[in-house]
Design a protein around this ligand. Structure first.
Ligand code: SAH
Length: 349
């Protein structure tokens, strides 16, 4: 069974025509799938029953099923566990901000990048998600909350640039004016730094914001946290980031998960300043640093530094003209994030 939401409008039109139907049926079908957010072919009452039956022989149109929702009492954040057609579960998050509703979605079931502090990667990669499954997470949350999504971050489980084709198809479809029509300026993708794909994304210029998981100001420390640092050094990553900025004009975010005793001292803050200044001198790079107090996972021994230490780190960056924020934790009363919720669900009795 294939997800009918994986098809872009052109492909869907070809499919419908190949079934001997008129092309306007494809437009109707697309609207059910991507605007009315139908949860199955049965709802599509203006399509002939025969067509719906024929489609359901090879395709399904149901959305991921919500199997668990946790709602924060503090800030209304909702964390969703969704089950895919084949039984795999993934997590996505709904956050309410003053400037609108943001959702965080997963791009893979599990992950093969192996970052040492991240729960998503502990069991490796199960499989890639398809574009339709990524869309499904957003649509499911819109339906369950009854509200519109304004911003999307692809920062859930998985490495989006390790699932490049499905990820970029998702970007095209979620921003399609015949679909939910979400502005690409309101979409952010986070990557651990797969250099050739960053360059490809820059060339394709979707106009989305790029966030790089930096986490350390030098290769040596970075390697202790992120295996991908053995493959691509900062001397390759930083020019790719500059290239992304040059091509798209989008301000780049550096994510820096702060881990006690690993990357949180003054020297590291100063090294980070030098790294970023080195880039700025060459070009016009606009960037900011987002400090993420590490979310300790029970399988590993990483600790979150004291707030004052993180603020001191931030201060060094700001004193040197680098915009830096400390990530506000959302839904802190409803389990961790970054794949921890899914693991809790999978391993509970
Ligand atoms: N694969 C993408 C998306 C990962 S999740 C990437 O690597 O960027 C989004 C961010 O959360 C990444 O910066 C990731 O490194 C970070 N992260 C994952 N687990 C974390 C944890 N336990 N504490 C703090 N940050 C974490």
């Amino acid at each position: 069974m294939k997800n009918i939401r994986d098809f872009e409008i052109k492909e869907l039109t070809e499919l419908i025509e190949s079934m001997g139907e008129k092309s306007f049926r494809a437009a109707q079908l697309y609207q059910w799938l991507h605007v009315k957010l139908a949860d199955g072919f049965d709802e599509m009452t203006n399509l002939p029953k025969s067509l719906r039956e024929k489609l359901s022989e090879d395709y399904y149109a149901t959305l991921p099923e919500t199997v668990e929702v946790l709602t924060s009492q503090i800030d209304e954040t909702k964390k969703f566990i969704n089950r895919m057609k084949d039984g795999h579960v993934i997590e996505s998050v709904w956050m309410k901000y003053q400037h609108g509703n943001s959702v965080c979605i997963s791009s893979q079931v599990g992950c093969r990048m192996g970052c040492k502090f991240c729960a998503s990667t502990l069991d490796g990669l199960a499989r890639n998600l398809t574009s339709g499954e990524m869309l499904g997470q957003v649509y499911r949350m819109e339906k369950d909350t009854g509200e519109r999504v304004d911003n999307i971050v692809i920062m859930g489980s998985g490495e989006p640039l390790d699932n490049y084709d499905e990820f970029t198809r998702f970007i095209r479809m979620i921003s399609d004016k015949n679909g939910l029509n979400i502005s690409r300026r309101n979409i952010t993708v986070s990557t651990c730094g797969i250099v050739p794909r960053i360059r490809e994304l820059a060339d394709e210029n979707y106009g989305i914001t790029l966030a790089l998981s930096l986490h350390a100001p030098n290769d040596e420390t970075r390697k202790t946290l992120m295996p991908i640092a053995n493959k691509y050094s900062l001397s390759e990553i930083m020019p790719a980031i500059e290239y992304y900025f040059e091509k798209t004009g989008r301000r780049v975010t550096f994510e820096y998960s702060v881990v006690e005793g690993v990357n949180d001292n003054k020297n590291e803050a100063q090294q980070l300043v030098r790294l970023i200044h080195g880039m700025k001198q060459k070009g016009r790079l606009q960037c900011h640093v987002n400090l993420i107090p590490v979310n300790p996972i029970k399988e590993r021994d990483w600790k979150r530094p004291d707030r004052s230490k993180i603020e001191a780190f931030q201060h060094i960056l700001e004193k040197n003209g680098i915009a830096a924020t400390i990530r506000r934790e959302m839904g802190s009363d409803i389990s961790g994030s970054c794949g921890q919720l899914r693991r809790d669900y999978l391993f509970k009795e």
